[in-house]
Design a protein around this ligand. Structure first.
Ligand SMILES: [Zn+2]
Ligand SMILES: [Zn+2]
Length: 89
């Protein structure tokens, strides 16, 4: 079952299960859209895989299959990454 993690690993932004702003890789590393499409350029900084929009779990299913509550944050956020692309702004 997909781990619906509660926050962005880069900036610690809240990403509730119903959020359309959550992006995940195949290992369920979880990021917000601003980090995924900004500094990460669509690539997971942990495994190098693609980041895609996390599907939302229907709220009725969250009762029997609740979202993860374990917050994972990268040490130093994503600022420690080698910049792969020039900043957009
Ligand atoms: Zn973020
Ligand atoms: Zn990953």
């Amino acid at each position: 079952m997909l781990d619906l993690r509660p926050n962005c690993e880069c900036c610690n932004k809240d990403l509730p299960p119903e959020s359309l702003d959550a992006r995940i890789c195949s290992f369920e590393c979880t990021f917000c859209v601003a980090c995924a499409e900004g500094p990460l350029a669509g690539k997971c900084p942990n495994c190098g895989g693609e980041l895609v929009r996390r599907p939302r779990r229907p709220s009725g299913k969250l009762v029997s299959a609740p979202a993860s509550t374990e917050r994972i944050v990268r040490l130093g956020g994503c600022a420690t990454m080698e910049p792969s692309l020039p900043a957009h702004d």
